[in-house]
Write a protein that binds this ligand. Sequence first.
Ligand code: ATP
Length: 432
Amino acid sequence: MDEQTNVKSLLKERLGQDLLSILERISQVASRSEVTVFAVGGFVRDLLLNIPNKDIDIVVEGNGILFASDLAEEFDGKVKSHEKFGTSVVIFPDGYRIDVAMARVEYYEYPAALPTIKQSSVNSDLYRRDFTINSLAVKLNGEGAFSLMDLFNGKRDLKNKEINVLHNLSFIDDPCRLFRAIKFEQRFSFKISKQTEEFMRVAVKKRLVDSLSGARLLNEITLILKEKYPLKYILRMKEFDLLKFISSQIILDSADLEALEKIETVLSWTETISLPEKPEVWYVYLLAIIYSLDEESFMETIEKLPMQARLKKSLIIDRRTCKKGLELLGKDKDWEPEVIYHLFSDLSIEALIYFLAVDSTDRANQYANIYFTQYCGQAELSLTGDDLVEMGLKPGPVFQSVFKALREAHVKGAIETRDDEVCWVKKEFLEQ
Ligand code: ATP
């Protein structure tokens, strides 16, 4: 069997006839448009690893923007293009998307700069890739269509389960790759090669990550924390001394590590009860990484990482409430239902998970259990915002206070029915 049939049959066997048909049509459009196109990157890597991945990235030798619009026409889809970068996304009628980019070389004016881009051949395009395993391509049309291109021993490294950069300046060109190396190593249970590890250590020593923008740093970290079982990635970042680029004050001492280790257990527990919403697991881990920072370093860190204001705010509140809660439950006292309800309902669901990882005593678990299985149900309200307006309250932040107080009154057992709620609102908020 030759290489060409190999990839076609692999594609059919692993991703199905529908996807193969799409690739065949892409191939036909490319030949009609007189360009040569390639499927590249993670799609090819995962095809060889037998990991389902239908995200096709196409590289075009020639005018990528024009080709993308021809492709959109073929599939009755839409196209969105960035002329400046020579990139497009083709959106199929059913929402399926294909990324298209012109083959390009990138010049870095200085380390970690955004690259200057120039049209080029696929070979140079593949040479600018981060790791050998991500530099594989499948030629889709012309001579040798559907054959695998392996210019940098990507197949060998997939077989040896090794992460290798393509050249010794790779991390200087783009320090983001330090995080990406760990991401792919841990995701596939591969090993960063000795030589690449040496390049990484030098790049860390030279503090190249400092030259990355906060946005790029945050993006890489978030992507890592969104992987399955992020703890092992965090430990590997710690090993490479990469966490200091989030904050030089991050230590992750034994107590932090113990809490980090427990997060998975708490997450499994939360799957057995019905939570009001699905937790954003990456946020739990982010909170865990920066939780122990002193106030000043904590604020500095979240200022440095350009997160949405909403996220910053919730990190600040969650950390503060967690600390208060730990103090509270640290006292040897039986707390009233409304105190527990008040504490837990002030925490985001993610912070609550972290809280239970830090305080994994039976007592904290019992309180959490009662909170979810009993108090949350009891705290459901009959009155809505419209009811409050009808009762004469002016919409505004006061509504939040009314609802919060009503819920606590329910948990306390002070009220039960809708009529109770009405009387209670009248008494507490209207008759003054
Ligand atoms: P994932 O499964 O995480 O999406 P992926 O390999 O598809 O993996 P992307 O981040 O979508 O990852 O990148 C697509 C391809 O672009 C990569 O396979 C790699 O060839 C190239 N690439 C992405 N980021 C970089 C980078 N920082 N430096 C060099 N090449 C990169």
